[in-house]
Ligand binder design. Structure first.
Ligand code: ATP
Ligand code: MG
Length: 411
């Protein structure tokens, strides 16, 4: 029996639409995949006819190929992943590869063939190929049935310029744009359910995400920091996060709770968080802040309060979850793989020094008046100085050198 080289095919329709930017996006996706698949036995990744082809080392077993394919499913920019064999443009060999691919497909009752010819220099047309390979497979699997609508397995056969690809495993992936194609953002990352999802959504639109976590330390334990680290490790698997800053915030919250009106505490904590995050954004040359807020979810997430927190900074603040509800967010968190970690309890600064009756319709003038009592500029300097950095694997993120000049926000 002929041994065919195993390949994983990466489809990316959205990038395909990007006109002259296309090759930039393709190269970015290719570099991201190369780095993220470092641990696997790859030979190379090529751009072929509007897709990427990952060539696996000779002798690579199917389970390893499936691991590679499964990892690719979550990488931003990948719309569909198929895996199987590379084959010469020879109908006999392609038939053999189709038999092997279907033979590996596991439990199934029905199948169909979907052939595609990307080059008209191959003389056999797609409908003819479907017939030829359909007949071959019926002979090889006489106990199985052909079904055109919703078969258990579809055997894909794609003919490109110098080769063909044959596969019986194909899955829809997360889509979006490759990380690194849409600038940098600073994501306010708690250990809760929402903000990891918001971060992931921005990464899926191509942004390099850098997290900032405000810990209740030293007023609370560092438990939330461990959860945030676990969350970052999940996001790291698909290259969605480059770095996390952990800011020990407890003493500053305590001071606010002593010096400011109780009802405004939450807004004052949040404005201080935003200001610190903005300063870190300048350092990182990031263009926006991101939060996991959704309208009306808790007291601080009313329109009035959102307006008051936004007014603390000049940078745009993105809230990718603003119009989603909790059940939708939970289901996304499960898809991303952060839900279980986020469901663990850890006191962070959110639970610290909470007032009995937080203001739900704060007025900006009251908030600004309360802030005049606080040495905010000094606090921001101190908190930025205290921030602790952890880097994660993100092929598109190059940490800035210590001491490199910050990018001032246009005021
Ligand atoms: P999450 O599930 O993301 O914690 P939440 O529903 O608990 O959100 P809040 O606690 O009001 O809502 O937080 C709103 C947003 O503020 C969060 O999504 C996150 O972006 C940011 N945030 C809250 N707490 C922290 C924190 N300790 N460190 C960094 N960002 C935070
Ligand atoms: Mg929270």
């Amino acid at each position: 029996m002929t041994e065919f080289q195993r390949i994983v095919l990466i489809h990316y329709h959205e990038i395909g639409l990007k006109g002259h930017n296309r090759s930039v996006f393709e190269k970015r996706l290719m570099r991201n995949l190369e780095a993220l698949l470092e641990e696997f036995p790859l030979v190379t990744i090529h751009r072929v006819a509007g897709r990427l082809v990952i060539f696996l080392k000779e002798g690579t077993e199917r389970p390893v190929m499936l691991q590679v394919a499964t990892r690719c499913l979550g990488v931003p920019g990948v719309a569909r992943v198929s895996c199987g064999f590379k084959c010469d443009r020879d109908l006999d060999l392609m038939g053999q590869a189709a038999v092997q691919a279907l033979g590996e497909a596991g439990d199934f009752q029905t199948f169909k063939v979907a052939s595609r010819r990307n080059h008209t220099d191959f003389p056999t047309r797609s409908p003819e190929m479907n017939q030829i390979f359909g007949a071959t497979l019926c002979r090889a699997f006489p106990e199985k049935g052909v079904k055109m609508k919703e078969p258990d397995v579809t055997v894909g056969i794609e003919v490109v310029q110098n080769a063909s690809y044959v596969y019986a495993w194909s899955r829809k992936a997360i889509g979006g744009l490759p990380v690194g194609s849409a600038g940098r953002v600073i994501c306010l990352l708690s250990s809760g359910i929402d903000s990891p999802v918001a971060t992931w959504r921005m990464a899926r639109r191509g942004a390099v995400c850098i997290g900032v976590h405000f810990s209740g330390r030293p007023q609370t334990s560092d438990a939330s920091e461990y959860l945030v680290d676990d969350i970052a490790h999940v996001l790291e698997r698909t290259g969605c996060i480059g770095r996390v800053y952990v800011v020990p915030f407890g003493d500053y919250q305590r001071q606010i709770s002593l010096d400011a009106p109780p009802s405004l505490r939450v807004i004052l904590y949040r404005r201080l968080m935003f200001k610190v995050a903005e300063r870190l954004a300048e350092r990182e040359h990031a263009g926006a802040l991101v939060t996991g807020e959704s309208l009306g979810q808790v007291a601080s997430q009313t329109l009035d309060n959102i307006r008051c927190t936004d007014a603390a900074v000049d940078m745009p603040v993105f809230r990718p979850l603003i119009g989603t509800d909790k059940l939708e967010i939970i289901s996304m968190a499960q898809e991303v793989g952060t839900f279980e970690i986020s469901s663990m309890d850890a006191p962070d600064c959110c639970t610290l020094f909470m007032p009995r009756n937080p203001e739900t319709h704060a007025k900006l003038e009251d908030v600004l008046a309360a802030e005049t009592q606080l040495p905010l500029d000094q606090w921001i300097d101190e908190l930025v100085e205290l921030a602790e950095v952890t880097d994660y694997k993100c092929p598109s993120y190059k940490p800035r050198k210590p001491g490199a000049p910050a990018a001032p926000v246009a005021r």
